[in-house]
Design a protein around this ligand. Structure first.
Ligand code: GLN
Length: 244
């Protein structure tokens, strides 16, 4: 079995080690004996994205997002087709915003998104920065998720769009409704950097499992030693939630 991962715009969208998410997906697959490869795709490259099982897009500053937005418009159908075939997408912060309808910067510039997710983002003058503790339901199990956010954009979800998590500590999508990110089928958009999947191995494995299902492989991934990750989570949870 060959898991094909693509890292979209690694040269333009890679804040706070978002690249780590790609490494984690690859390593956790390899540690289970799967072959996993990563291709880097950026402006001007034109592969068929449905060839990939997982696409990862990081976050970026407003300027870089403007560059990516232009290129992304040309890939709109390509991405839609990939999603229709079950490709998993993880988009962080700036990448997440661009999967939506638009991102209006705090300076009033409107950067168009591709409308894959029915969300709208408007930049606020005060940035939302800090560690986040949230809760996500993964396969019916409530799972704590930790991460780090740093964004000006406040994201509002359209009707029928489901948030990915509930915020326990932090701002999340807008700081107004206690929701974080969006999950729509196999598409995950979130503000959490960190890198998210290094801090939350259960989520990483969930994405690998979805990617394998796309290949008609319903496997239960064998467990790995995630003690270090669990201790890190507990520490942050204690510091941010229990000691409030
Ligand atoms: N430039 C966007 C914002 O400030 C995204 C930032 C990011 O990706 N961390 O909201």
């Amino acid at each position: 079995m060959h898991l094909k991962i693509a890292h979209l715009y690694p040269d333009l969208l890679d804040l706070y080690s978002d690249r780590g998410n790609v490494i984690i997906l690859q390593k956790r697959a390899e540690w289970r004996g799967l072959r996993a490869t990563v291709d880097e795709i950026t402006v001007g490259h034109e592969p068929d994205l449905s060839e990939y099982d997982i696409l990862v897009m990081g976050g970026g500053m407003d300027r870089e997002q403007g560059i990516v937005a232009g290129d992304l418009q040309k890939r709109c159908e390509n991405l839609q087709h990939a999603v229709a075939t079950g490709t998993v997408i993880l988009a962080i912060c700036g990448g997440y915003q661009l999967l939506g309808n638009y991102f209006e910067t705090s300076g009033g510039q409107r950067i168009p998104g591709i409308g894959l997710l029915d969300i709208e983002t408007v930049g606020a003058k005060v940035r939302m920065v800090g560690n986040v503790v949230a809760e996500m339901e993964i396969d019916g199990v409530k799972t704590n998720i930790i991460g780090y956010e740093n964004h000006s954009g406040k994201t509002y979800l359209g009707k029928g769009v489901q948030p990915m998590m509930k915020v326990i500590k932090g701002y999340g999508n807008s700081g107004e409704d206690k929701f974080e990110g969006v999950r729509q089928g196999t598409v995950f958009g979130t503000y959490l950097h960190g890198p998210l999947l290094a801090k939350n191995p259960t989520l990483a494995d969930h994405m690998i499992t979805l990617a394998l299902k796309r290949r008609d492989l319903s496997v239960k991934l064998e467990g790995l030693n995630d003690d270090l990750e669990a201790r890190t989570q507990q520490k942050l949870y204690k510091r941010l939630v229990e000691s409030r």
